[in-house]
Design a protein around this ligand. Structure first.
Ligand SMILES: Cc1ncc(COP(=O)(O)O)c(C=O)c1O
Length: 473
């Protein structure tokens, strides 16, 4: 091939490694999607017989009907811009400018972006934390009750379940509570497209949530960006949802994405409880094999397909890098752990043994390096105050240009930048939040551990853009 194509070249190089995928997308390097042939020929536009994404009446409409049957939804909607656009759409469906939304503090950045651009006012609810691992979990019923009491008059509750770690919230209880306050419950279920009877964990939608968004691409065999919403909105809310989705999404939707959604829905519908029990058994055998290795521990929360690895002497980042060198690409590392999204199929004995050999080599190389990296970076534990609002309302932030201040000077001021370790994409500090010493310590720890941070133009110089003290008064 002639000429430079840096993205093409990077992908060629990456693919040439022939690494194992323990990360999204759920099609696992195409191995679970191989029934769709000759992909590029399928890259069509909305031609005769192919229907209209934003106004479906034919093939896309029919595929949507099949999709909504999965959870007996009032309606389901295909998305070609991930759960990101789904989060925007769900909020736009139920809320209007100025409305108060009760939102989980460890939500994905797309939720905070949507709140800001839709002119909504977040009431932040801290999740529970696992204090031994630093992993952040879900919002408790008590925290939601407190939020409703301290800040009455809100329009909707927005939660994330499961978390990136596969931990699910007490959705049944939370549904009861939101229903008793007559509030819609929206759930970012980006990591739970595989939930349902066969898998053994109910979707929040089955448990009564008003709407859920699921990134089919994360755990089912669908292409990256392919996602869907299931909802039981009122007619008016559905109208608002459709209006928002046609505005926020491309007018040239990819048929490759849509076909993969159709494929993923069908794939998921074929699962039986018996098959999934066998899949689960093989995953558990793999965890047991890992747990026999020196210093390494494998564990899961409710989602048994999401394996978390931690090592007694080494940081998650070190473990991630060592695994990667052996051709095992995991999803992300934070603190003392690595999150792996294993393939949703039976893991045969031979394959597990090959992986165990690769893991052993990774452990040996870490050990050979001599000095273990004991830097421990926990998840943001800011949970002393369970419920809070922003120090500066989101709709006022755009009035400020702000100033760059050293980390030290930034403590006590109001952040104008959202700083996000990516993945998992949960902000460390939000635009409009008052900067605390805890925020700064965490940012410094993440920088030292070379965790990739989004946002913060001058972070590398140890500076944050903030609103100067006094201006807000
Ligand atoms: C909890 C959560 N919600 C939403 C998203 C956005 O999903 P998508 O990548 O499908 O846009 C992510 C992405 O990682 C996520 O982790």
């Amino acid at each position: 091939m002639k000429g430079r194509m840096p993205i093409v070249e990077a992908l060629y190089a990456h693919v040439k490694r022939k690494a194992t995928s323990w990360h999204v997308p759920g099609h696992k390097n195409g191995t679970l999607l191989k029934d769709l042939p000759s992909f590029l020929e399928w890259d069509k536009t909305e031609l005769s017989g192919l229907d209209d994404f934003h106004h479906p009446e034919e093939a896309i409409y029919e595929a949507k009907l099949l999709l909504r049957q999965i959870y007996d939804a009032s309606d389901s909607h295909f998305l070609v811009n991930g759960s990101t656009v789904g989060n925007w759409g769900m909020l736009a469906a139920v809320a209007s400018r100025g409305d108060r939304i009760y939102v989980q503090r460890n939500s994905h950045k797309s939720v905070f972006n949507a709140l800001e651009w839709l002119g909504l006012s977040p009431i932040l609810m801290e999740p529970e934390y696992h204090h031994t691992t630093g992993i952040s979990g879900n919002v408790s019923r008590e925290t939601l009750e407190e939020a409703l009491k301290l800040y009455p008059g809100g329009t909707a509750v927005f939660l994330t379940s499961p978390t990136y770690y596969g931990e699910t919230a007490q959705i049944k209880e939370l549904v009861q509570l939101t229903k008793s306050h007559n509030l819609p419950l929206l759930v970012d279920e980006a990591h739970g497209a595989h939930f349902g009877e066969a898998f053994g964990i109910s979707s929040a939608f089955e448990l009564g949530a008003t709407a859920v968004v699921q990134s089919a691409h994360k755990t089912l065999p669908a292409l990256t960006m392919a996602a869907w919403i299931h909802e039981r909105f009122t007619n008016n809310e559905r109208r608002k949802l459709k209006h928002a989705l046609q505005a926020f999404q491309t007018s040239s939707p990819s048929y490759l994405l849509m076909a993969s959604l159709d494929f993923a829905r069908n794939h998921r519908q074929q699962w039986t409880g018996q098959q999934m029990a066998e899949v689960r058994f093989s995953h558990e055998l793999f965890h047991q094999q890992i747990n026999q290795l020196d210093g390494l521990k494998a564990f899961t929360f409710e989602d048994w397909s999401r394996m978390i690895l931690s090592h007694s002497n080494h940081s998650g980042k070190e473990l991630l890098d060592a695994l990667e060198k052996q051709g095992l690409d995991a999803e992300f590392a934070l603190g003392d752990h690595v999150v792996c999204i294993l393939p949703l199929r039976i893991l045969p004995k031979l394959e597990r043994e090959v992986w165990i050999t690769q893991i052993k080599t990774a452990l040996d190389t870490m050990k050979a390096k001599g000095i273990p990296d004991k830097r421990y970076i926990g998840q943001p534990i800011m949970g002393k105050i369970k419920v809070s609002s922003l120090a500066c309302p989101l709709d006022q932030l755009e009035c400020f240009e702000g100033v760059e201040q050293s980390f030290e000077e930034a403590v006590g001021t109001i952040a104008l930048e959202t700083i996000i370790p990516y993945p998992p994409g949960v902000p460390l500090i939000l635009r409009g939040e008052r900067v605390t010493l805890e925020h700064i310590t965490l940012i410094e720890q993440y920088i030292t551990a070379s965790i990739h941070l989004q946002g913060g133009e001058l972070l590398h110089e140890g500076k944050l853009r903030v609103i100067q003290e006094g201006i807000m008064e």
